[in-house]
Design a protein around this ligand. Sequence first.
Ligand code: IMP
Ligand code: MG
Length: 172
Amino acid sequence: MDDKIGVLISEEAVENRIKEMAEQLSKKYRGGTVHLIGILKGSIMFLASLSRYMTVPVTMDFIAVSSYGSGTVSSGEIKMKKDLDQDIEGRDVIIVEDILDSGRTLSHVVEYMKTKNPQSLKVVTLLDKPDRREFEVDLEMTGFQIPDRFVVGYGLDYAEKYRNLPYIGVLD
Ligand code: IMP
Ligand code: MG
């Protein structure tokens, strides 16, 4: 059976905001090269779009992590399923993620990246659910703050579906 999906943020609004974010980042990193690290799989659409609007040289890498525990209760442990391919020492790194929710994933990933001695390390997300925060994460920039609703589209899934929706939808 199909799930009912309402539009929370339109395709046009998402694209416009990502363009703005890319412009700001391009200004900030002018003269340098930005190394984007996407967290699979949710970040792929955002990273693809953001990087295409950026006007500074960009390189890319991806990691995959999984959190133990299911549902709303998690053990708080994060397992690295796919590590970095490239060394990040001395590089200007931006971690790119679909959504900052409890902050568990990103806080672990940030701590891990810090051990690799990048020259700089920032985090950008397309979405932020501030009401859900349990672990502090210092965000450089987010696309949209959203209420505590389960969203899909633009990389975000429900049981691996809907990542390809070109807008941010809510499951009814
Ligand atoms: P955190 O570790 O609790 O911050 O969770 C972050 C991850 O949970 C994200 O990378 C998403 O994969 C997933 N997630 C959190 N909220 C949503 C949502 O509303 N829809 C789909 N996935 C979500
Ligand atoms: Mg994710």
